[in-house]
Design a protein around this ligand. Structure first.
Ligand code: G3I
Length: 429
């Protein structure tokens, strides 16, 4: 080998070792390392008891997350224990903690049917009095942290699970009527013009009577000029959860209204005792959710509802279920943690892309790039059977055996890789 070749080979080896090192370092970084870099918010709910008593709890918070939300401390029963007093001890502690650690904070929640103190519900107040108490509460509370709270869940869980209409078993609905919602948003905007104002709810991620109800609600609020900026998908899931084309459609219709979206309370509960297979399955649920959020332009943040299985609401509310979070009860990271970490490091351009489709009798050729082995293919949200890659992995062509005779001009074609990354929605010409 001549000197020149030796030099070139040497240089290539150095580049190889350095890039392996850089990639390795990136993969070992805490979640917030990669999230900060890509301008994404990865966070968790904070419970006050461990926050005040377990140093490893706060160390993990600081190290891993760049956004927090209080699990209970920002709710009425904590902030407004009596008609004559506000209690800002815990809210101050959390806002200060977030700022000291360069984190954002979400405020959860200003109006909810649950955790309303009995001095208010049993106080026999008139409608006008309740409106004035609500206004005073929002102006005082939101105003206190003006410019310091990134987003508020102004209204939480106002829509009925089965009908999609407004929930009537709510103190606010019963005393004020349906307009409590717009009043709350208006007061919040008045108190802090810069904060993002959210409507937050559970089971509204895919397409259903409830998510249609939420869509109609926020669409009508937008139409009336009510100051709303986003929708929070809580995402309390059961193991086995995967993202579906319906999630994409739902996110897109919110984006079309000019609304952003955040995953605000994710957990994935498992029937106990959990097996290692189930923990791996759970990691795919988290992987799918974060990949979805990272590649959905209006999705700004993903927060989990707690981070350690030691402190989770699940076992107390669902007997026999648990292990729903990304650290175990001894603060050891679980497969779900590593799934989030990998997804945050991975480049967004590893998502598959469709740039053409061609019919050949019963077969449909989907042409693009980045299709992984086991990729799923959908026409108008309907999963197609008998789909395989035509070339090596990642492949540039998928063949859907029976889809050729079904596809029509204007149909929406979508590919989803096994890691949960979706392609663009390609309109069949
Ligand atoms: O504060 C009292 C305390 O004084 C008392 O000694 C203790 C005895 O049980 O109860 C304490 O209150 C508990 C409170 O959490 C604070 O720990 C309530 O009983 C308990 O019901 C309450 O649960 C919270 C629940 O909201 C209330 O509905 C959960 O921790 C909290 O994780 C959960 O969070 C909700 C979100 O806000 C909205 N989305 C769903 C999510 C899960 O339900």
């Amino acid at each position: 080998m001549d000197t020149c070749r030796v030099l070139v080979v040497g240089l290539l080896l150095v580049i190889l070792v350095l890039s392996a090192h850089v990639l390795g370092a990136a993969q070992d970084r805490p979640l917030r390392g990669s999230a900060d870099e890509r301008g994404f918010f990865i966070g968790t709910a904070v419970a006050m008891t461990p926050f005040r008593s377990e140093s490893i709890y706060n160390e993990t918070l600081r190290r891993e997350f760049n956004i927090i939300v209080a699990e209970n401390a920002f709710k009425w029963d904590s902030v407004r224990p009596s008609r004559d007093s506000f209690n800002f001890a815990d809210t101050d502690a959390l806002v200060d903690f977030a700022e000291a650690n360069n984190m954002k904070i979400r405020g959860h929640t200003l109006v909810w049917h649950s955790q309303v103190p009995s001095w208010l519900t049993d106080g026999n107040f008139t409608r006008d009095e309740v409106i004035s108490i609500l206004r005073e509460y929002i102006l005082t509370f939101v105003g206190r942290y003006r410019g310091r709270v990134w987003a508020w869940d102004v209204v939480n869980e106002a829509v009925d699970d089965s009908t999609g209409a407004l929930r009537t078993n709510s103190f606010w609905f019963q005393t004020i009527g349906p307009d409590y919602i717009e009043l709350a948003f208006e007061y919040a905007r008045e108190a802090d013009p810069a904060a993002r104002l959210y409507y937050n709810d559970y089971s509204i991620e895919d397409l259903s009577a409830k998510s249609n109800g939420v869509y109609n609600l926020v669409s009508s609020l937008k139409g009336q000029g009510v100051p709303i900026d986003g929708v929070g998908w809580q995402m309390h899931q059961i193991n086995g959860f995967r993202t579906e084309p319906a999630h994409k459609t739902n996110a897109r219709r919110l984006a079309d209204l000019g609304l952003e979206l955040s995953i605000t309370e994710m957990d994935v509960r498992i029937s106990l005792p959990s097996t290692s297979e189930e923990l791996n399955q759970q990691s795919d649920a988290y992987r799918h959710a974060i990949n979805f959020c990272l590649t959905t332009p209006n999705c700004t943040a993903l927060l989990t509802w707690g981070f350690t299985d030691k402190h989770s609401w699940i076992p107390g509310f669902f007997a026999g279920w648990g292990d729903a979070l990304i650290y175990d009860s001894s603060y050891q990271p679980k497969p779900a943690y590593f799934a989030l970490r990998e997804a945050l490091v991975q480049k967004a351009d590893s998502a598959p892309a469709i740039n053409g489709a061609q019919r050949d009798r019963k077969r449909l050729f989907i042409i693009g790039q980045g299709f992984l082995e086991g990729a799923e293919f959908f026409i108008n949200g309907e999963k197609q059977k008998k789909v395989f890659n035509s070339s090596q992995d990642p492949s540039v062509t998928l063949i859907a055996k029976k889809s050729g005779k079904k596809v029509r001009t204007g149909d929406i074609l979508l590919v989803k890789n096994p890691d949960g990354l979706f392609s663009n929605e390609f309109v069949y010409p």
